[in-house]
Design a binder for this molecule. Structure first.
Ligand code: ADP
Length: 297
């Protein structure tokens, strides 16, 4: 079993010719509303592409946006019965996408900020999990609470996105840290330009560091072991939104099913590569059969 402890957002996306500057109003194209947030995306990936029994531990509002998110999670087979509802609005990301493909994003965390340490049934669900997967779009107390609620032997996989200062207790609790190049540099401190060197430094604090490298796949770094690079298949990328989330969800699902870190990373790389061939975040998550075919090729 996998318990994903994390954020859920509705993405409100408007295409624009150019991003507005302060004081300016621009007329954009057609509004698209889609379910997102790192936690929800990763839960969908663990369930659909990873075929793991996946529970989502999160906070949503009592609004229409919550309904859209719950529908997407339910469709993917994610267990949503321990999702909390609060009086805050559901997390929302306001996104403008310019003609040159660049995004400008404002996130209103809303209900995500209400998530604390898991309690009651949510806590029980975390305690049943073989893998607890968290990100940093929620209060650190929620991550720490989930880490403490784990049963002994369960793995804590932390996707340190967006990068934030971690406490010593969180560092000590993490078994597998997943970071992209930007996050590796931010977490290791400013002395590194090189993400590989930064990730290598992080192995002093965490047993296993998985550094994702976009089109180059990923590298698995472990203290006192040779790094293992997993190349990504060549694909034609149309939208990289959610690639990292697909990677994390599938990695956690494979680890929960007993795979070693490197075989799990192979499935995660294949799933991430398939995700970039489709538009959107949760909509782009491939099914497990497609991932298996690509891993065998
Ligand atoms: P993030 O989306 O968090 O910035 P990356 O860009 O490192 O993370 O991508 C995560 C994973 O998605 C990669 O490890 C890889 O499996 C897959 N991926 C991303 N971009 C590409 C690409 N252009 N071609 C193939 N796979 C990709």
């Amino acid at each position: 079993q996998v318990a994903v402890v994390g954020s859920a957002n509705i993405d409100l996306v408007v295409p624009v010719d150019h991003h507005p500057v302060p004081g300016e109003t621009v007329l954009g194209g057609t509004l698209r509303r889609s379910p997102g947030g790192k936690g929800a995306n990763q839960a969908v990936a663990a369930a659909r592409a990873g075929q793991a029994d996946t529970s989502f531990v999160a906070a949503l509002g009592r609004d229409e946006h919550a309904d859209i998110l719950l529908r997407s999670l339910d469709d993917a087979g994610v267990r949503t019965d321990v999702v909390r509802r609060t009086d805050s609005p559901t997390g929302t990301a306001l996104i403008t996408v310019s003609a040159d493909g660049e995004n400008a994003i404002v996130v209103a965390p809303g209900a995500n900020a209400d998530l604390g340490a898991p309690e009651g049934e949510a806590r029980d669900r975390v305690a049943q999990a073989d893998v607890v997967l968290a990100q940093l779009e929620i209060p650190l107390d929620a991550v720490l609470g989930a880490a403490r609620a784990r049963r002994s032997g369960a793995l804590l996989v932390l996707n340190a996105a967006p990068p934030a200062e971690l406490t010593a207790e969180v560092w000590d609790a993490v078994d597998v840290l997943v970071v992209n190049e930007h996050e590796a540099r931010a977490l290791a401190g400013s002395e590194h330009d090189d993400a590989r060197a930064a990730a290598d430094d992080l192995t002093a604090r965490v047993g296993t560091v998985v550094l994702t490298l976009g089109a180059a796949g990923c590298v698995v770094l472990q203290h006192d072991a040779d790094p293992v690079t997993v190349a990504a298949p060549t694909v034609s990328a149309v939208d990289t939104t959610g690639a990292g989330d697909t990677f994390c969800g599938v990695l956690a699902a494979a680890l929960a099913q007993g795979a070693g870190t490197v075989p799990a990373a192979r499935r995660a790389v294949a799933a991430g590569a398939l995700a970039v061939t489709r538009h959107g975040a949760q909509e782009a998550v491939p099914d497990a059969a497609a991932v298996t075919r690509l891993v065998r090729e």
